[in-house]
Design a protein around this ligand. Sequence first.
Ligand code: SF4
Length: 217
Amino acid sequence: MDHPIDHYWQLRLTALKKALESNNFEVFIANSAVDAGHLVLEKILPKAGARRISWGGSMTFIATGLYDALKNMPNLEILDTFNKALSPEDALELRRQSLLVDLFITGANAVTETGELVNLDMTGNRVAAITFGPRHVVVLVGRNKLVPDLETAMVRIKEYAAPANAMRLDKKTPCVKTSVCEECKSPDRICNTWSITQKSFPKGRVKVVLINESLGL
Ligand code: SF4
């Protein structure tokens, strides 16, 4: 067999799609980050009829090419929360406004085999948008985010994703020095709000794009 690992993951992602669909998520499978970008631009976006779009922190979102494609797209109102030229006050206000867009795009820290999305946020704009506000939400998930259950999801996030993200963001937290979470009280702490999205409400509001590639942290 050619590409046995991709075949293995295709089967795992197909089972995961079924589990997520039983939890009322709309689910797509893409073979690569680039394919996921095309899927969002050519299928999800037109169907949603979205005019006002924003996003929350996600390395996977960048990997799909969607950030570069969308921010330069005419006829869309883009609330670019990644714009580093904004003052802290303006950046915060834009994140508040991003909770009322037609379509919000982000990633997930973990997804369980039983079809739940698990996230841990610093600011909270990402978990807020997934939970309520935007009319449509697209969650981009690389195959490396799949875990058996909620407990494993939380261990994955606290033992790996959070310290690695703190390193990526150059935070001044103990985990950056040791790689181990010390439940810090640092002002730079990135672990502030957990969310477990067990089901999409209303049905289909949250669209999950499962990507047969390892992406993000
Ligand atoms: S709680 Fe603090 S030490 Fe633990 S992972 Fe989060 S930022 Fe790092």
